[in-house]
Design a protein around this ligand. Structure first.
Ligand SMILES: [Cu+2]
Length: 170
């Protein structure tokens, strides 16, 4: 995990300048909402996610509140819907059916670096997904899970469990 954290920090530092040189329209800010009733109902707004292409991959700046402190799995799911029964599984265009995390190219493409909420339940973090191409992620969703993510299929999908927050990528 230390290596991943270091990578994220380096990516954050190095992308600041690179992003500034890109077309400013090449970014999107989307609303993220709480999910209730086991992921089947949409609750209040939780915050915002800003998605930006960088030379190191796609950057996700997540600012959201109202979740338990600690680690939370974060993924691109297949369909552009908020509730669990409509948003589908992890985005997996190659059909690998394997959850291997953001640095492995042999699994779900939608596996993003996990997020960490502070003691107040606030997530204020930028993560970079090196294998995600910005132009390819239209008509999908983003999910933040209750549990963390060990980037394996044991337990299934990294152990994130329930979907707690969701956003649509149009
Ligand atoms: Cu997920």
């Amino acid at each position: 995990m230390k290596i991943l954290a270091l990578f994220a920090v380096l990516a954050m530092i190095s992308c600041t300048e690179k992003v500034a040189t890109k077309d400013a329209s090449q970014m999107m800010q989307i609303e993220i909402v709480h999910l209730t009733e086991g992921g089947e109902a949409v609750g209040e707004k939780a915050g915002e996610i800003t998605i930006t292409p960088t030379e190191n991959g796609t950057s996700f700046y997540v600012k959201a509140s109202g979740i338990t402190p600690g680690e939370h799995g974060f993924h691109i799911h297949e369909f552009p819907a908020l509730i669990m029964s409509e948003s589908g599984p992890h985005w997996d265009p190659a059909g690998t059916k394997m959850h291997k995390g953001p640095l492995n190219t042999n699994g779900h493409r939608g596996d993003l670096p996990f997020l960490t909420a502070d003691a107040n339940g606030v997530i204020d973090q930028t993560v970079i997904a090196p294998n995600v191409v910005y132009a390819e992620i239209t008509n999908k969703s983003l999910m933040i899970h209750d549990g963390g993510d060990n980037y394996t299929d044991v337990p299934p999908n990294g152990g994130g469990g329930s979907r707690m927050m969701a956003a649509i990528i149009e």
